[in-house]
Ligand binder design. Sequence first.
Ligand code: ATP
Length: 322
Amino acid sequence: MIEVSHLSKSYGSRPAVQDLSFTVPDGQIYGLLGPNGAGKSTIMNILTGYLAPTQGEVKVAGFRLPEQSQQAKACVGYLPEQPPLYPEMTVQEYLDFVAELKGVKRAQRKQHVLAAARRTGLEEVLPRVIRSLSKGYRQRVGIAQALLGSPQLIILDEPTVGLDPAQVIEIRNLIRELGKAHTVILSSHILSEVQAVCQQVLILSKGHLVAVGSPEELGETLNPGSRLRATAQGEPDTVLAAVRNVPGICRVELESVADGQVTFTAESEDAADRRAAVSRALTEAGCTVLALAAENRSLEEVFLALTEKKPEQEAPAEGEEN
Ligand SMILES: Nc1ncnc2c1ncn2[C@@H]1O[C@H](COP(=O)(O)OP(=O)(O)OP(=O)(O)O)[C@@H](O)[C@H]1O
């Protein structure tokens, strides 16, 4: 569905995306994951035909961009980060309007809009003015407009930004449903989101692709080892030595010592849970365990570890103003 080969894009002399190559087969949900400024929106704008590459080849549904952008655009439904909704229109009016813009024939328009509204759970709010809808429903309207015209490829830029947790779950479920009938590519800076929704993940940092794979394949890189935090009563040296001797524990760090209570963190070399082994080791060393809990690495922490690996070389800056 998408073939990108040695794509680079610069804004003036500033490179935003450098020498990027990837393919997206039909019928999968792909995630573009990267922190702010990684180049996600730039890639999406190129794939949707709104921005021309500085270098490289891009094909969408077999059409070359930018030469065949009209044909390619007809195959793509796009939800930008800020969906272009008209707040004074009702949902029905807005979807009718977009369907007309996308060239859906008048005779089919009513059925077509209704089908998009059904798929996005909007049937009940069709007569409502968009301004009066919750952010979650407005996002559904944005997705419904992307579905109009029956595109093969749906591109969603940060589709859950600004939603509350319940709305995030609803939109993620909706994206999974869309993935059954369309190729979907979505961008996100939330690791758990792409892990939960996408079959393949492209990880970007500073315009470079730093990792590609399924969430399972990337699992070890994304979740390297587990960590626990504990407080025990005893001599600091005794406590730390006992924990260091637990097989599989690779790093122990003292956090604080106060009133004979030693607080530390311990990291495992793999994802296995070593709480029981650490507790036993401390008891056998004559220390009393006061607290012991598994600690999740924050997503930011894991993500930073991966994306802070600097690309080996920066491509020379050249190109056009946007
Ligand atoms: N129109 C523009 N003119 C100049 N520089 C730009 C323009 N658009 C983006 N950039 C720069 O290009 C780089 C990539 O930006 P891009 O918006 O593609 O990243 P992103 O991963 O989508 O980030 P965000 O989530 O913040 O939108 C950034 O350094 C950004 O400042």
